[in-house]
Design a protein around this ligand. Structure first.
Ligand code: TYM
Length: 332
């Protein structure tokens, strides 16, 4: 059975529509015919400053959102990255195979460090993609469902796997990114040429999965469109309208082009109302499941502990293989 690995950072109280359509929904779909490992990547979350109490709470909330979306813990392994120390251990080894220049070319690092000032960025932020490669390679993942913004990190992961294999003998599976065309880059509702992101300038461009339904409807109603009136899918000329059509299509199981067809003679207000309805039809039951899961944190923690135990069966074996290959003396 092919393997899948993916993860999200517990860096906010709620995931947003981009996380959901770009990644989480695919996780739920592929768990049907893959051995799946879904991780809450708390080690990645501390690459920027975060309050410890907030991090702990967000780690639980992120895990609960995986489950609320339909990740089935009986089928898929759901766990917290810091519970499997092999992630940090393999990251060290891979870091020693990564070129300084190679890491310097990662656009996510360049963007994030530019925002806070490169001088003040942590070394952890710089080596973030190496840790991500370790996450994936530990589980011999064939497929990694992510959004478009992760393409470069996946390329680095493949390069590192191939480099290790050619230097030390075949050790890692060379994974493939699984990036779905239609929903791989959900745009900010206020600034539809930028991707929807937790670090956006204004929350008005974001739809959080756990937002109050009234807020969700309002954000969609206030989405920036353009001064024309016709509804057609044309991301270049009409980024705002096309983003809404993409979201509508994703929730109604069609293509953005087909979604546009019903709107001849109708206005943007109609489109926005339909988008809000389609989004909320899926979010409301999601929110109910989330609330129920979070009401029992002890059960959630038990589930995560069981997930970590299953994850470590795989990660410990891979790390042992790696240590052997690179020539570490076994502890007697
Ligand atoms: P994170 O938490 O920043 O993002 C989680 C997932 O959401 C996707 N995503 C989007 N997809 C479509 N449109 C958007 N606007 C949008 N914004 C975010 C991201 O592509 C991602 O799939 N580096 C990863 C976390 C990670 C990881 C891994 C992923 C750590 N180790 C191993 C896969 C495998 C990240 O950016 O998470």
């Amino acid at each position: 059975v092919p393997r899948v690995f993916s993860g999200m950072q517990p860096t906010s109280d709620s995931l947003h529509l981009g996380n959901y359509l770009g990644a989480l929904r695919q996780w739920v779909a592929v768990q049907e015919d893959h051995d799946a490992f879904y991780c809450v990547v708390d080690l990645h979350a501390i690459t920027v400053e975060v309050d410890p109490r907030v991090l702990r709470e967000r780690t639980r909330r992120t895990a609960a959102q995986y489950l609320a979306a339909g990740v089935d813990p009986a089928r898929s392994v759901v766990f917290v990255q810091s519970h499997a120390p092999e992630h940090a251990q393999l990251a060290w080894v891979l870091g020693c195979l990564t070129g300084f220049g190679e890491a310097s070319r990662m656009t996510q690092f360049k963007d994030k460090s530019a925002r806070g000032g490169a001088e003040r960025s942590s070394v952890g932020l710089f080596t973030y993609p190496v840790l991500q490669a370790a996450d994936i390679l530990l589980y011999d993942a064939d497929l990694v469902p992510v959004g478009e913004d992760q393409r470069q990190h996946l390329e680095l992961t493949r390069d590192l796997a191939q480099r290790f294999n050619s230097r030390f003998g075949r050790t890692f599976v060379v994974p493939q990114a699984y990036i779905l065309g239609g929903t791989a880059k959900i745009m900010d509702l206020q600034e539809p040429t930028a991707k929807m992101s937790k670090s956006a300038a204004s929350p008005a461009g974001l739809v959080d999965l756990l937002d109050d339904p009234k807020v969700v409807a309002k954000r969609i109603r206030s989405a920036v469109t353009d001064t024309e009136r016709d509804i057609r899918f044309d991301p270049e000329a009409k980024p705002g309208v096309s983003n809404l059509l993409g979201i509508l299509a994703a929730f109604t199981g069609t293509t953005p082009q087909a979604a546009a067809e019903g709107y001849a003679g109708r206005g943007y207000g109609d489109l926005k109302a339909d988008v809000a309805d389609a989004v909320l039809a899926e979010l409301q039951p999601f929110q109910e499941r989330f609330t129920a899961l979070l009401a029992d944190p002890a059960e959630l923690d038990r589930l995560l502990a069981a997930g970590a135990a299953r994850a470590r069966e795989v990660s410990a074996a891979t790390l042992a293989r790696v240590h052997d290959r690179v020539g570490f003396l076994p502890a007697a």
